[in-house]
Design a protein around this ligand. Structure first.
Ligand SMILES: *Cc1c(COP(=O)(O)O)cnc(C)c1O
Length: 393
């Protein structure tokens, strides 16, 4: 018997695209690396002299691309980067070259020590187990290993507790084999400048740092995230660890005008525009009503791209500078906007609705979605066409 058709043709060679990626994508994300670098400079201008203002680029640079962000900032002179995981740290090391320090905030998982050394990543040691394992590794290597020690000053999230830190400091061999560069802690409420926790945590950090320096005289201190950098010089110590501010979100929302420049611009492609000829409903669950004559535009983006479903019936876009409300539920790959107020000349298939931009900031969208700018940025999807505006030139 013969097979009626061939089921195993040779694997086809990659078929070359005949269209531009931008034309195939449902949405275009533009990352303004010049604004990002400017934000870093704004923070540096507010930092006390000698404070090393680094950059937190965890979660793929808050969703905007850790490698591009890292290269832009390293090019501008940023010397210290903070990532959450070793894989991201190693990728960043390839992107920024051998110069900058790279710290891995979530510490060394058991068995990964050799990779930390190979990629020259500084682990943040946050538990007695981390310290013990890194000491044991140092002793087998017979070298003094660089590291950062993290203590908890009131957040109860990650870091040695006061008693754990005291026990290690009381033990003359507690850090045997280590050459810690930094003692760090993290602020719980730096986004709220008048919160009493800010000073409480500072008051706990200062004596711990003195004690640490009695053992390691050249160890540096680090306490401030973006909000902490704005609290003032007292909180800044030697290393600043801003993240969100670099990406344009307000580090202390609602407390002053946002000093940061927008970095992320997102626009979604209009697939269809309809003039409703029969009154009815929009989208899943028929959760919005439309009357005759309303004009709707559906774009090629949805919650699978990070446009949170909680924005159903409450989010806004901008079309030709005019605000257009989300109508009905956000679908996986589609969102419908009411564009009745926009002239037909602007509301056309192939056009774009602005989702994030100068008049629709990450913080505006977050407020509407009932979340924070961090979640909006880190939820940004992987399907967008991404454009990077160069840092210089
Ligand atoms: C995320 C993080 C930062 C940066 O915080 P932002 O609020 O984004 O500036 C700094 N330090 C640690 C330990 C973090 O986890």
């Amino acid at each position: 018997m013969t097979t009626p058709f061939k089921i195993t043709p040779a694997a086809p060679a990659a078929i070359p695209w005949r269209s531009a990626p931008e034309d195939r994508a449902g949405a275009v994300l533009t990352v303004d690396l010049k604004a990002l670098v400017e934000n870093w400079r704004i923070l540096r201008a507010r930092a006390k002299p000698g404070c090393d203002v680094g950059a937190v680029v965890k979660a793929d640079g808050y969703g905007l691309g850790a490698e591009q962000v890292g290269r832009a900032l390293a090019g501008a002179g940023c010397q210290t980067f903070y990532v959450a995981h070793l894989d991201g740290a190693a990728a960043l090391r390839r992107a920024v070259g051998p110069g900058p320090r790279i710290a891995c905030l979530n510490g060394p998982n058991r068995g990964t020590e050799r990779d930390f050394v190979a990629h020259r990543i500084m682990p943040v040691l946050s538990t007695p187990e981390h310290v013990k394992a890194w000491c044991a590794f140092a002793l087998t290597e017979e070298v003094l290993l660089e590291s950062i020690v993290q203590i908890d000053t009131g957040m109860n999230r990650l870091g040695l507790s006061p008693n754990e830190f005291a026990a290690l400091m009381d033990d003359a061999d507690g850090f045997l084999g280590l050459h810690p560069q930094m003692l760090m802690s993290h602020l719980a409420c730096a986004d709220t400048p008048d919160h009493p926790m800010n000073r409480e945590q500072l008051t706990r950090f200062i004596p711990a740092l003195s004690r640490f320096r009695a053992r390691f005289p050249d160890a540096k201190g680090s306490l401030a995230n973006s909000g902490g950098m704005l609290l003032g010089h007292e909180w800044q110590f030697d290393y600043g660890r801003p993240g969100i501010a670099l990406y344009g979100s307000h580090p202390q929302p609602g407390h002053s005008r946002n000093p940061m420049l927008p970095v992320a611009y997102l626009k979604a492609r209009i697939i269809q525009v309809r003039r409703v000829d029969t009154p009815g409903h929009v989208g899943y669950g028929a959760a919005a009503k439309v009357g005759e004559g309303a004009k709707l535009a559906t774009v090629s983006m949805g919650y699978a791209d990070g446009f949170l479903r909680t924005l159903s019936n409450v989010g806004t876009g901008y079309l030709d500078g005019i605000p257009v409300p989300v109508t009905g539920r956000v679908s996986m790959d589609l969102i419908t906007f009411d564009v009745s107020n926009v002239p037909d000349s602007a509301a056309q298939p192939g056009g774009f609705i602005d989702i994030l931009g100068a008049n629709l900031t990450v913080d505006d969208v977050a407020a509407k979605a009932g979340t924070i700018g961090y979640e909006i940025l880190t939820a940004l999807g992987r399907r967008f066409h991404r454009r990077y505006l160069p840092a210089s030139g």
